[in-house]
Design a protein around this ligand. Structure first.
Ligand code: PLP
Length: 405
């Protein structure tokens, strides 16, 4: 079993007081804290090894380039991609999805075509597709969510038509915590020759991810949600798509030859990495993934499940508390409201008790509004959280009930 108290020593930020109370950080869905090994790597890179990648013949540029390309391979292994050049660095999930919407959309989407998203998507997996549909006069279709918080898979076949060009779905809902059966979704879509983009922003940190097993065409995630730095993310794409897709940004590093008449583009992966990338972030992200592997993914998953079960049972004891998202397959995310107490008020009181949770629509307005509410309180747990912290949350919520009911 994971020794959570030992783990916490690797995350110095957790050991502090907020308003004179020990910090209880339960906003891991928004961003995760970074282990010392990531912080030390970034510190060392800026202090000792900083040179721009792929640019210079000098020592610093050479070692940074080696580290950057090694990071790409670490990520390939982590997500089990077939080729290192299928891993493209971006600024995060949002920029990865926008990249596919622009590049794939440019080549394959035309007037009258259709894109399918699910009813539980984050705005990052809605708005870029809407923008594409507006540009191309295409149509956005939505796979609905049932009352438990699961996708209505039986409706998928009916939604797909010979006009469907792509299906974009989240691996884990950032509001409901539902772990979607992405492999099954891909199977259904592929039976109709529809490629699938999986948004792994909330999935990769809670699940073992094997893009070849899922067989998705694109997989995207953010470094900062998996214990890595901010400002770096990944776009995985199957080689056959990435080779055919046009670059969506032009500039340095993505070219083979430039003349005023014509530019020849680089091969993968650089074709999609215009300008100076966040190479230090990419190397930091690789260190974060190595740290997780060393800690043990099975143990991390088991501990998060134990936390989810413990917290769910505990929160259900709070009078008037309603949980949104009760799928049998859930990651360690709990969204709730207590009676008619406003989510913001609950969040404010918890904050004063040192407890960090997220309140609001969680950038998933269509989903949240489908429940006839403006937002929820969301507690999202990481493997460094403890059962004692769940108890602190429970006591804090009882205080909210006492003050506001
Ligand atoms: N997709 C999901 C499911 C998310 O939860 C988030 C962020 O919360 C995003 C996409 C966007 O991630 P980022 O802001 O790191 O680009």
């Amino acid at each position: 079993m994971l020794n959570v108290y030992k783990i916490r020593e690797d995350f110095p930020i957790l050991d502090q007081q907020v308003y004179g109370k020990p910090l209880v950080y339960l906003d891991n869905g928004a961003t995760t804290q970074k282990p010392l090994v990531v912080l030390e790597t970034i510190d060392k890179l800026y202090n000792r090894e900083n040179g721009n990648v792929h640019r210079g013949v000098h020592h610093l540029s050479t070692i940074t380039t080696e580290n950057y390309e090694a990071a790409r391979d670490t990520i390939r292994k982590y997500i089990h991609a077939a080729h290192t050049h299928e891993v493209i660095f971006t600024h995060g999930t949002t920029s990865s999805i926008n990249a596919v919407a622009f590049s794939f959309g440019e080549k394959y989407v035309h007037a009258g075509d259709e894109i399918i998203v699910s009813g539980m998507e984050h705005h990052a997996n809605i708005v870029p597709w809407q923008m594409l549909c507006e540009r191309k006069e295409a149509r956005l279709k939505v796979l609905p969510v049932d009352e438990t918080g699961d996708l209505m898979l039986d409706k998928l076949e009916d939604l797909i038509s010979d006009k469907t060009r792509l299906l974009a779905v989240t691996q884990v809902s950032n509001v409901l915590g539902t772990i979607n059966p992405v492999k099954e979704i891909v199977e259904i879509a592929h039976a109709h020759d529809v490629p699938v983009l999986v948004d792994g922003a909330q999935g990769i940190q809670h699940e073992k991810t094997d893009v070849r097993d899922i067989d998705c065409d694109f997989y995207v995630f953010s470094g900062h949600k998996i214990y890595g730095p901010t400002g770096v993310g990944v776009l995985y794409g199957k080689e056959k798509w990435l080779n055919e897709m046009p670059p969506y940004q032009g500039g340095g590093d993505m070219i083979k030859k430039v003349t005023f008449e014509k530019t020849l583009y680089e091969d993968l992966p650089l074709k999609f990495e215009a300008g100076t990338m966040n190479y230090i972030g990419a190397i930091g992200l690789a260190r974060a993934l190595e740290y997780l592997q060393k800690t043990g993914l099975d143990q991390i998953i088991a501990w998060e499940k134990a936390l989810l079960d413990y917290a769910t049972e505990k929160l259900k004891k709070i009078p008037g508390l309603h949980i949104y998202g009760n799928s049998k397959q859930k990651a360690s995310i709990i969204s709730f409201l207590i009676g008619d107490i406003h989510h913001y008020d609950t969040g404010m009181i918890l904050d004063k008790l040192g407890i960090a949770v997220r309140t609001g629509h969680h950038c998933a307005e269509p989903l949240v509004e489908s429940y006839g509410i403006t937002g929820t309180v969301r507690a999202s747990f990481a493997f460094y959280n403890t059962k004692e912290e769940v108890d602190v949350l429970y006591n804090g919520l009882m205080k909210v009930v006492e003050m506001l009911s």
